[in-house]
Design a protein around this ligand. Structure first.
Ligand code: SAM
Length: 292
């Protein structure tokens, strides 16, 4: 029986493709892709020669009809987007809805998604979070959106374009306050990956001095209302750990930092190990990872 597969692809590093994604992309009759040239390179990198058809926002209606005809004729279809998980700030909603309405089995092939990757290293509360997609491009609407979300206690996660990150951070400072904790996750899984944590005002200053360049792809995370104090204590502890680690073993650094900041010793030890690993992170033979 024909199936529609929703296949996640890497968000940068090609090694993040899953074995199952490769198997499915090889086995289906048709791969529907946002940008057939872009996905064509991905497929050929993995030696996949499946027929590609275009499925993007501007042809979504016609393309849905075409793909539904293929499914009705017993063909199997995989949907991919340019990067990450289809339908997550990417096209596919109409196709999945039509397939379900027609009784077609829709199967997820999970993998990378920038929202989850960023959240997992944000250090912010992950038990409850709200993914908000892209903030509005226009300032009045963006400020209104931030105002609406200002009292939300959940971690807020946004996708952001590099040419708008500064403007968005200015509005975060203005509407949510200079001290609201944020994480900027830039170029995840890529050569110039950068994950920065701190106050909204400090993030803005780092963008202005280009310590955090306005280039590449960004996820902006904002600590929920009330979560800042916990986050601030954690960042303070992390800052102390950063100072102590070059001078002493991780266990001792964790003990002292715990006494100074009140943060849990075990949590700090885990952080120390993580910081040490980050220091050691080098690419094998100096080669950059393969990227999309
Ligand atoms: N479907 C994708 C997913 O599952 O993550 C998201 C597609 S959306 C059109 C593209 C946005 O995702 C970018 O503007 C950026 O905000 C975020 N993004 C994608 N890849 C990223 C990466 N490697 N590092 C940071 N953010 C990324």
């Amino acid at each position: 029986m024909s199936c529609l597969y929703i296949v996640a692809t890497p968000i940068g590093n090609l090694d993040d493709i899953t074995l199952r994604a490769i198997q499915v992309l090889k086995a289906v009759d048709v791969v529907a892709a946002e940008d057939t040239r872009h996905s064509g390179s991905l497929l050929s990198h993995f030696g996949i020669s499946t027929r590609l058809v275009s499925y993007r926002d501007h042809n979504e209606v016609a393309a849905t009809e075409e793909l539904m005809n293929l499914l009705a004729a017993g063909q199997s279809v995989a949907l991919v987007s340019d990067a990450g998980t289809p339908l997550i700030s990417d096209p596919g909603y109409r196709l999945v809805q039509s397939a379900l309405a027609a009784g077609v089995t829709v199967i997820p092939i999970p993998g990378a998604s920038a929202v989850i990757a960023a959240l997992s290293v944000s250090g912010m509360a992950t038990d409850r979070f709200s993914f908000e997609g892209f903030l509005p491009a226009k300032q009045v609407a963006r400020q209104g959106q931030l105002r609406n979300l200002g009292n939300d206690s959940r971690t807020l996660v946004f996708y952001e374009a590099p040419h708008r990150i500064k403007a968005s951070l200015k509005d975060v400072v203005l509407i949510l306050g200079a001290e609201r904790q944020v994480t900027l996750a830039r170029e995840l899984t890529k050569r110039f990956e950068q994950v920065w944590h701190g106050s909204a005002a400090a993030a803005l200053a780092h963008i202005e001095t280009a310590f955090i360049p306005e280039r590449g792809e960004f996820v902006l995370l904002i600590a929920g209302q009330g979560g800042e104090q916990v986050a601030a204590a954690h960042y303070e502890a992390a800052r102390v750990m950063n100072l102590l680690l070059p001078e002493m073993p991780p266990r001792r650094a964790a003990e002292i930092a715990s006494q100074l900041t009140g943060e849990n010793k075990k949590v700090l030890y885990a952080l120390a190990v993580q910081l040490r690993q980050q220091d050691k992170q080098i690419q094998p033979e100096g080669k950059p990872p393969l990227e999309l």
